[in-house]
Design a protein around this ligand. Sequence first.
Ligand SMILES: [Zn+2]
Ligand SMILES: [Zn+2]
Length: 70
Amino acid sequence: MYSLKCTQCGEGFLSSYNLEAPICGKCLQKAKSLDSTIEHDKACENCGNPGVIYGKTLCHSCYFGFKKKE
Ligand SMILES: [Zn+2]
Ligand SMILES: [Zn+2]
C-alpha cells in the first residue's frame, strides 16, 4: 500500500497503486460523476482549458474551485 495525498482536497489516503496524480475516493467519485457531463469541444471561459461542465461555461476546476485563488 502507498500512502498518498489527494491532489484535490489535500487529504491523506492509502492506495494499492502509486498514483501520479493521487486523488482520494471522495474526490474520485466527484470527478467520475462529473466526467460524464463534460463538453470536450468547449473551452472554459475563465481559464481557457478545454472541456467544460455540460450546460456551463466553466471547467471543473473553475466551477468547483479546485484551484486555489491567488
Ligand atoms: Zn480528495
Ligand atoms: Zn477553468
